[in-house]
Design a protein. Structure first.
Length: 217
């Protein structure tokens, strides 16, 4: 972890905290429940949100084992000791906290290329690519399927460069520098998660004014 906050990090942290404070007020929540899986992202989010200029009360939810839950997991066909089970137990513990806004610290690279979109309503690091998180936190984390793409690209920095050209610079051929086979894999990963990113909740339109389609109040 970096011991001193640079001016750039201070600006980023201030922006994130301001947005989170507005989100707390809008949802009537009293505290932030951060899903803390021990990753650099979780450490960075905790440093920003829980610092002296943070958002007030921050609860880092690390629960991976809950009493009496393991038999239930096995009855559902889930193995209690897996990373997926630990993730869902943290999610459950965070959701059960009263007056809490549940927060997922996933980075932009993971969210763009990951197989699933997280259900948490607050994603404070979602506009930072993994390589940017690494610059701020001394490391980054990716789901296994995205880690494999980063390794094939020659590192997460090179993968992020291609994603930056594609999205930030709006270059349709931004992935071409990765080479045809890998560019096709990255494009497939992007398309696989596109529906979840642009429409995380679907409401069939049966009336004149439909939630998430027409009504945004």
């Amino acid at each position: 972890m970096l011991s001193e906050r640079s001016p750039r990090e201070a600006r980023l942290a201030a922006t994130v905290c301001e947005v989170v404070c507005h989100a707390l007020a809008a949802r009537g929540a009293a505290r932030v429940a951060l899903l803390d899986d021990g990753t650099p992202e979780a450490e960075l989010a905790a440093r920003w949100l829980g610092g002296p200029d943070g958002v007030g009360e921050l609860v880092c939810v690390r629960a991976e084992r809950l009493p009496g839950v393991e038999p239930l997991l096995r009855s559902l066909g889930a193995e209690p000791g897996t990373a997926r089970a630990a993730e869902e137990l943290r999610r459950l513990a965070a959701r059960l906290l009263p007056d809490a806004l549940v927060t997922n610290p996933a980075n932009k690279t993971a969210l763009l290329l990951g197989a699933a979109w997280p259900p948490e309503p607050l994603l404070p690091l979602a506009d930072l690519y993994a390589s940017q998180v690494a610059q701020l936190a001394g490391g980054c984390s990716l789901p296994p399927e995205v880690e494999a793409l980063a390794e094939a690209a020659g590192g997460v920095a090179r993968l992020d460069e291609a994603l930056t050209r594609r999205f930030e610079q709006r270059d349709p051929a931004g992935l071409a520098g990765l080479g045809a086979p890998l560019a096709e894999q990255v494009e497939a990963a992007l398309q696989q998660g596109r529906a979840a990113r642009i429409a995380p909740q679907l409401v069939p339109k049966l009336g004149y004014r439909t939630l998430t389609v027409d009504l945004f109040e």
